[in-house]
Design a protein around this ligand. Structure first.
Ligand SMILES: *Cc1c(COP(=O)(O)O)cnc(C)c1O
Length: 221
């Protein structure tokens, strides 16, 4: 996509959002020029699904943006993720959290994380089921170098955005329930849900972080 179109898309989206909602530009498979245009137009957070690609981009952009990991993190990539990212949005097991915690401890870094919820209860999707969250929160609250700050969910990417509403609503209910538990070290402040197709519905259902790819950068090839 040309940089002018990207710039206009970012401006339009930022203008339309309530003040409490922040945007993650989902940058998988995008070029340096495309990402640079988004940052110039006001994007403050870049989301990436791939550790290796993000590492390359970070050497170009550094602290011009914050970097969120939004892909499926394998434990053998936890070391690099600990170095590169400002937040990991996709913690989906105690094992992964422990691996990341260990790597962050070695760096004397405290990593904010979100727990990925499989709100559609689909076997093919990653994330924990809502009813598994309570136990996971208790397990994670003892880890000194990660801080649970909220939840993330995918929901369906295509189709009628209204079809995503029940997924978002279920995730918001889990978010509120966990907030009330007052688990030590768990601070529920970020609810990451909604993509290009569904972010308006997600915001209506309580999202304060949305992850936008194609609406900024165009459809992926
Ligand atoms: C690609 C991606 C997005 C953005 O999807 P679009 O439909 O292109 O806006 C959001 N979240 C995650 C985890 C992604 O991988």
């Amino acid at each position: 996509m040309d940089t002018e179109t990207i710039s206009e898309a970012v401006t339009d989206i930022l203008k339309s959002l309530p003040s409490q909602v922040a945007v993650v530009a989902a940058a998988k498979s995008r070029t340096v020029e495309e990402i640079a245009a988004a940052i110039r137009a006001g994007i403050k957070i870049i989301g990436h699904n791939y550790v290796q690609e993000a590492e390359r981009l970070l050497t170009v952009f550094g602290k011009q943006a914050q970097w969120h990991f939004i892909g499926h993190l394998q434990t053998n990539k936890a070391k690099k993720a600990a170095v590169l990212f400002d937040m990991v949005e996709t913690i989906d097991s105690a094992r992964l959290a422990e691996a990341l915690n260990r790597r962050c401890a070695a760096l004397h870094k405290i990593m904010p994380v979100l727990i990925e919820v499989n709100s559609g209860r689909e076997e093919s999707k990653s994330g924990v089921f809502p009813e598994e969250l309570d136990d996971l929160m208790r397990e994670l609250s003892g880890l000194s170098h990660i801080r649970v700050q909220g939840l993330m969910t995918m929901g369906p990417r295509f189709g009628n955005p209204e079809d995503a509403r029940p997924y978002f609503r279920a995730t918001k209910e889990a978010f509120d329930r966990i907030a009330k538990m007052n688990t030590p070290g768990v601070e529920m402040r970020t609810l990451s849900m909604g993509m290009s197709n569904s972010y308006k519905v997600a915001i209506e259902e309580g999202a304060n972080l949305i992850r936008i790819g194609s609406k900024i950068f165009g459809e992926r090839q």
